[in-house]
Design a protein around this ligand. Structure first.
Ligand code: NAD
Length: 490
């Protein structure tokens, strides 16, 4: 029996670690064991109000937004603090998100802490001021200075699937830009958020009010208050397209800046000349972390001319997926986050069968696991792109195989989606794969196994997969405003 994992139960508001004023708490549940691992402050309107007031005051009344050097120092302290507490964070993300241990050596923990270093070094070279030169406007000669300034108070609303990665991908650039931040983590993974508050307090000189973390068992209340409050300048949201649209609508009356990272239904196109022995096994990556990733390639497009060969190899590959206890480093897939998600995934599987797809592998609750919100790695073949399982985001370990006729048909099917977050193209010819990649309406594409995910690469979606980009210089600039200043020149 592993030691109990400890997390921070308190919110972080105006520089203080605090319980909810009501004294209420809500349980944090391990999705692999279904056990309560601890409690978290169940905040509400009052705590949201205090966090907004603190963030507004810190932005308006301190030098935080102007003092680039101090901010860089604080971000370095944050990174050092995270590095010191890394093992505890690792245990927390495994326990509350069901993240497989092996992923915590990458994007569920270690690499995202390292990636903060990219933000701090980028701050050194970022052009906060540029001179566009002299312009003659009706005989009045002026130099035009372009100043980049912090956007203001940022509300960061995050999901549970890659909690730490998504939180740090927002907090790092937002604080680096000079904003003050209110982080509202998902109720299923509160500790990854509250612990950041504790690290900020214990390891950094970040002034009170600049960074706040508020938690609630109600998924919607705090998010709604943040989206509607005129003192919040920008909403940085990652989550489902449905909630993203609601946030956008709530923010609209105040013409608030909204930055959205939403869902996906990405296509992996295997062209007919591809090396199937190499590319087909990697299609099982869709099951990593039980498929709870927005950029997963959940539609596999196989050429009709090599369809049965591809399906055969896929079934072999699915048989080799290691899943179960997330603390076992062999497993790439743990549980779904909660019973609601487990049931949702199972309903989609039923729908797939009803609509005529062939269930070629999995499709149920694994019999060898006694507890936890698990669903077997699941493979559907003979999927038509019009079926529900090909159109809607399942957010579970389910791969849909869709046959296509030729390259044009593959591009048509891949683009026939409300989403456009990611994708992949595989071919023996890099040139041919790149030509197809050019035609896809999507924010990121892996060509022949190439990986695009990195701190300096902007990540985000076309169409209903989002508005704006996270990470990279472009992601940093989401948290900036642009001011142009004219000064007379002789
Ligand atoms: P979700 O949309 O249900 O919740 C996301 C956040 O919004 C949570 O903090 C939640 O408490 C809050 N929220 C929920 N309802 C709200 C409401 N009515 N008003 C205001 N806030 C509300 O998403 P989820 O289930 O936590 O996460 C899964 C989704 O996130 C998937 O659709 C996935 O594709 C998406 N996602 C996208 C990216 C990306 O970068 N594009 C990354 C990870 C996850």
């Amino acid at each position: 029996m592993p030691d109990a994992v400890h997390g921070e139960s308190r919110m972080y508001i105006d520089g203080q670690l605090v319980d909810a004023n009501s004294g209420k708490q809500f349980p944090n549940i391990n999705p692999a064991t279904e056990e309560i691992i601890g409690q978290v402050a169940d905040g509400g309107r009052e705590e949201t109000e205090r966090a907004i007031a603190a963030a507004r005051r810190a932005f308006d009344e301190t030098s935080w937004s102007h003092n680039h050097k101090f901010r860089k120092k604080c971000l370095e302290q944050l990174r050092e603090g995270l590095t010191k507490e890394k093992e505890l964070l690792r245990q927390q993300v495994i326990a509350e998100a069901g993240a497989p241990l092996q992923l915590t050596y990458g994007p569920q923990c270690d690499s995202v802490i390292n990636d903060l270093g990219w933000v701090t070094s980028m701050l050194e070279s970022y052009p906060w001021e540029q001179n566009l030169g002299t312009h003659n406007f009706f005989g009045l000669k002026s130099d035009r200075l372009v100043w980049k300034e912090a956007a203001g108070v940022v509300a960061a609303i995050t999901p549970w699937n890659y909690p730490l990665q998504i939180e740090l991908a927002k907090i790092g650039p937002a604080l680096g830009a000079g904003c003050s931040v209110i982080l509202k983590p998902a109720p299923d993974t509160p500790w990854c958020g509250t612990f950041l508050g504790r690290i900020a307090q214990e390891h950094t000189d970040i002034p009170p009010g600049v960074f706040n973390v508020i938690t609630s068992s109600d998924p919607a209340e705090m998010g709604t208050l943040l989206a509607e409050d005129p003192r919040v300048d920008l909403i940085s949201f990652t989550g489902s397209t449905t909630v993203g649209a609601q946030i956008m609508a709530k923010a609209a009356p105040g013409i608030k800046k909204v930055f959205l990272e939403l869902g996906g239904k990405s296509a992996n196109i295997i062209l007919d000349d591809a090396d199937f022995d190499r590319v087909i096994p990697s299609a099982t990556m869709v099951c990593i972390h039980a498929g709870q990733g927005c950029a997963m390639q959940t539609r596999l497009l196989l050429p009709r001319s090599r369809y049965s060969e591809g399906v055969e190899k896929l079934i072999d590959a699915f048989e080799n997926i290691k899943y179960g206890d997330p603390t076992d480093v062999q497993n790439s897939m743990g549980p779904l986050i909660n019973a609601t998600q487990q049931n949702r995934v199972l309903r989609y599987i039923e729908k797939g069968k009803q609509e005529g797809a062939t269930l070629a592998f999995g499709g149920g609750i694994p019999k060898h696991l006694e507890c936890g919100y698990f669903v077997e790695p699941t493979l559907f073949t003979d999927v038509d792109n019009s079926m529900t399982i090909a159109r809607e985001e399942i957010f579970g370990p389910v791969l849909c195989v869709i046959p296509y006729e030729d390259d044009d048909d593959a591009v048509r099917i891949a683009n026939d989606s409300i989403y456009g977050l990611s994708g992949a193209v595989n071919s023996a010819s890099q040139e041919r794969a790149l030509a197809v990649a050019h035609r896809l309406r999507t924010g990121t594409i892996g060509v022949n196994g190439g990986m695009w995910f990195s701190p300096d690469a902007p990540f985000g979606g076309y169409k209903q997969s989002g508005v704006g980009r996270e990470m990279g210089v472009q992601g940093f600039e989401e948290y900036l405003e642009t001011k142009v200043v004219g000064i007379p020149t002789p």
